[in-house]
Each structure stands twice: as structure tokens, then as C-alpha cells.
Design a protein around this ligand. Structure first.
Ligand SMILES: [Zn+2]
Length: 316
């Protein structure tokens, strides 16, 4: 059995996971991200100690400890290089866990571990190569090649959200302009919709449903209005779909995976989004008449991070 820990800005979820990616025991604490790194590390160590104790009740040894973080680790696994939400920079999380527990420690980006979880028991299960794209406040990615997570030679790969796909009217949080995240995230949909309404497109359901308060626009609302045939909402969604499709086509031209899964809050738009993306991706591909990756919706919800983190012990 494996320990998986999903470190987020609001909660830290930890659990015992079996070979098949099933959660046997789960515990959750609040991150309280405003605290010093050392205090959060102490909580993580306590969680692991508790899980190891619990594992004895199942009569099985823990084989490894995997952690999913909203940032990136270094290639040695000793340091977390960046974790912006938590204010971490070059913190020795892996190193300290290795010295505390006599077990292999794996640290990976949260979207990468969610992609691994999808590959173990979700939408891309059974495939040898897959790409997971999460569309939320930002855009993240996880790449599986030959059944293993791929994060590059320096640990900085699979940053799909920061693939530059065009020029945009606002800069990305990373400082660059034109990142996929600024076209295809929930934030991007809200920003662009607000922009076109401010430019005088007032004949829209969006204004009706927000009572004219542009601060109340959400990606879900824009999708709901688009589904009802609203012109402004559809203009915004069509732009999002165009750039998402370009991004996916770039990935297919480069990696040619078997399957692509789209997850995250924005993917709750479901088939309405999926059908549009499926229709467009092919037009941007180099080899249009050769079979290419199926594009599907991710199927795992909140526990994907925990399960994927645990499965690093088996698939990394
Ligand atoms: Zn960026």
C-alpha cells in the first residue's frame, strides 16, 4: 500500500491507497497556508506517522510516500522549488521526509498526479500514453508516457497552461503573454466576457442574470448562457475553444498520445465543450487523415490528487 498526500492552498488530504488506486483510509486537515513552512511540514510529518500506524491495521507495509503540490519539485526530489500559493521557495520537504521516514519519497505537480490518477482508474485508464488537462482558475497538465509520469529532464515539463498559443490582451501570472491559461481557464473566460460586454455588447443574458453586475460573471454562467444560444456568451466560449483546440493540437503534433482527458471546474460544461473541442482540434493537426487521440472528459473528482500522489510510488 502507498501513502498519498495532496497539498492544496486550503486543505491537505492524506490517505492510504492500495495497488489499484483505491483509498482505504483518508484524513484531511486545513493547510492554513499563511503559516511558516516549518509548521506545515510538521503537520505533514504527523499525518504520515498516523497513516503508517493505520497501515499496520491492514497488515500491509507502506511502500512509498507520494506528494502532489501546487508547484514543482527539483529532480532529486529533495526540494520543492516553487509553490507560489504557499509562499514556498526551495524548501527541503523531500529531504526532511527522507530523513524522517525510511521510505522512497516522490513529489510532483498536482496536475501531473491528477493525470496519473486518471490513468490508473479514471478516464484514460488502460492507455499507455495520455495527457490530462485541468481547466480551473488556471490551466494545468499531466503527461503519461509509457505508463509513467513525465515531468521532463529538469522537473519543469508538462506545464501545459503556459504553452504560448497566441497574443492576449492581458499578461499571464507567470509574466509571459499568450499562455494557454489566459485563454482557456475560468479566469480567462470571465476576463474576456467582461471585456466584450464593456465594449458595448449589452444585448446579453449575462447582464440579465448578473443584474448588470459584471463582478458576478462566472465561467459556469457564461457556459449556461452559451447553451441557451446567447451571442455574447458564445463569442467568449468560441474564443476559448479555439485556443484550447490549438493547444491540444500542439500537444498531439508533439507527443501523439492515445487519449486526452479534460478535467477541472470548467470541464463541468460537459459535452457542450467537449463536442466543440473535438470538432476543432483536427483542423489544426498536421496529419488530419491519420487517427489521433480521442478527447474525453476526466472522470475523477476531488480525490484524484491523493490517489495520483500515492500512485507515484508505482508509476514513477
Ligand atoms: Zn503563463
Amino acid at each position: 500500500m502507498y501513502i498519498g498526500i495532496d497539498i492544496g492552498g486550503t486543505a491537505i488530504k492524506a490517505g492510504l491507497v492500495n495497488e489499484n488506486g483505491e483509498i482505504l483510509y483518508k484524513k484531511e486537515i486545513r493547510t492554513r497556508a499563511e503559516r511558516e513552512y516549518k509548521d506545515i511540514e510538521r503537520d505533514i510529518i504527523e499525518l504520515i506517522k498516523d497513516l503508517i500506524k493505520r497501515s499496520n491495521e491492514y497488515g500491509k507495509n507502506v511502500k512509498s510516500i507520494g506528494l502532489g503540490i501546487p508547484g514543482i519539485g527539483d529532480v532529486t526530489g529533495d526540494f520543492v522549488v516553487y509553490c507560489t500559493n504557499l509562499g514556498w521557495r526551495n524548501v527541503p520537504l523531500g529531504k526532511n521526509l527522507k530523513s524522517q521516514f525510511n521510505l522512497p519519497i516522490y513529489i510532483e505537480n498536482d496536475a501531473t498526479v491528477a493525470g496519473l490518477a486518471e490513468n490508473v482508474k479514471g478516464a484514460t485508464k488502460g492507455s499507455n500514453s495520455s495527457i490530462f488537462i485541468t481547466l480551473g482558475t488556471g490551466v494545468g497538465g499531466g503527461i503519461i508516457i509509457d505508463g509513467k509520469v513525465y515531468s521532463g529532464a529538469h522537473g519543469t515539463g508538462s506545464e501545459i497552461g503556459h504553452m504560448i498559443v497566441g497574443e492576449n490582451f492581458y499578461d499571464c501570472n507567470c509574466g509571459n503573454n499568450g499562455c494557454l491559461e489566459t485563454f482557456a481557464s475560468a479566469t480567462a473566460i470571465i476576463k474576456y466576457t467582461t471585456k466584450i460586454i464593456k465594449h458595448g455588447n449589452n444585448d446579453t443574458l449575462i447582464l440579465e442574470k448578473t443584474g448588470g453586475d459584471l463582478n458576478k460573471i462566472t465561467a459556469k454562467l457564461v457556459f449556461d448562457c452559451a447553451k441557451e444560444g446567447d451571442k455574447v456568451a458564445n463569442e467568449s466560449i468560441d474564443r476559448m475553444v479555439k485556443y484550447l483546440s490549438i493547444g491540444i493540437a500542439n500537444l498531439l503534433n508533439t507527443l501523439d498520445p492515445e487519449i486526452v482527458a479534460i478535467g477541472g471546474g470548467v470541464s463541468k460544461a460537459g459535452d457542450f465543450l467537449l463536442e466543440k473541442v473535438r470538432k476543432q482540434v483536427g483542423s489544426y493537426l498536421l496529419y488530419k487523415d491519420i487517427k489521433y487521440a480521442d478527447i474525453v472528459l476526466a472522470t475523477l473528482g476531488n480525490d484524484a490528487g491523493l490517489v495520483g500522489a500515492a500512485m507515484l510510488g508505482k508509476y514513477k
